[in-house]
Design a protein around this ligand. Structure first.
Ligand code: NAG
Ligand code: NAG
Length: 234
């Protein structure tokens, strides 16, 4: 039986509200509901900077491969930057980060970068069956906030890169953390507030899918700024 991601998210949101700490915690806290997703995998050249997640200046962490994710699982870019452990027909598992969308690919389909595909199967196979699940990215350095070109106090747009877990919320504060305003996620993986923060500098707080938060203070509301946090998601 297949669940759409939004169904899983809805179940998870309900479960975490209704059951709180009573939820069974699996070994990996990044996994909302431990499940082996089954799908097919293909491959393409892969282009992290040119992908739909808009990681224009991000380099994949060492040991992590790249992949495009089916539009069936896209969920308004919510899985951009998420990592997954993928197991192929040869029994080997690798970790990929989602950097791009695979349009019209069907549920749970992964379009792997070629070097990822050849770890799991032979290139001549062209298409292979895989099972996969979300895992925490093997990242130990802090996450960063990347302000989009054109940002000012009148228009806010930022993305999170190098995060260990999926980012579910980005908020800004211009009163040193007393009040917060949430930004809306775009399908190209930025969080935006069309009216801007209203200040030349703002605090930015991001929340992961497990509820851990990271705050970066005094982020200049200027295009192309990259503000590196002091930590990553717990
Ligand atoms: C990757 O995408 C970028 C941005 O669209 C583009 O400039 C670059 O030529 C692409 N690289 C390859 C190898 O296709
Ligand atoms: C942030 O800006 C405020 C006001 O200018 C200043 O007092 C504070 O020290 C700054 N904090 C950091 C972490 O830079």
């Amino acid at each position: 039986m297949l669940f759409s991601l939004s169904t899983i998210a809805a179940i998870s949101a309900f479960a975490s509200t209704a059951l709180g700490a009573a939820l069974p915690v699996s070994g990996n806290p990044n996994t909302i509901a431990k499940r082996a997703l089954s799908g097919e995998a293909t491959f393409y050249g892969g282009n992290t900077s040119g992908g739909q997640c808009s990681f224009t200046e991000y380099t994949l962490p060492s040991g992590v491969y790249g992949s495009a994710l089916s539009d069936s699982n896209w969920n308004n870019a919510a899985n951009c930057g998420a990592c997954a452990s993928v197991k192929g027909p040869n029994g080997k598992s690798i970790v990929v980060m989602f950097t791009d969308q695979c349009p019209g690919c069907g549920p749970n389909h992964l379009d792997l970068y070629e070097n990822a595909f050849t770890e799991l199967g032979t290139k001549s196979a062209g298409i292979i069956d895989v099972t996969w699940d979300y895992v925490a990215c093997p990242i130990t350095s802090p996450l960063s906030i990347h302000m989009k070109s054109g940002v000012s106090q009148y228009w806010f747009s930022a993305q999170i890169v190098n995060a260990k877990r999926r980012t579910t919320k980005l908020e800004i504060s211009t009163d040193s953390g007393k009040t917060w305003k949430a930004a809306a996620r775009t399908t190209y993986n930025f969080f935006e507030i069309s009216s801007g923060s209203g200040a030349t500098s703002a605090w930015i707080r991001v929340t992961s899918e497990t509820g851990s938060t990271v705050t970066v203070k005094n982020v200049s509301q200027t295009g192309d700024v990259r503000a590196t946090a002091t930590a990553n998601f717990a």
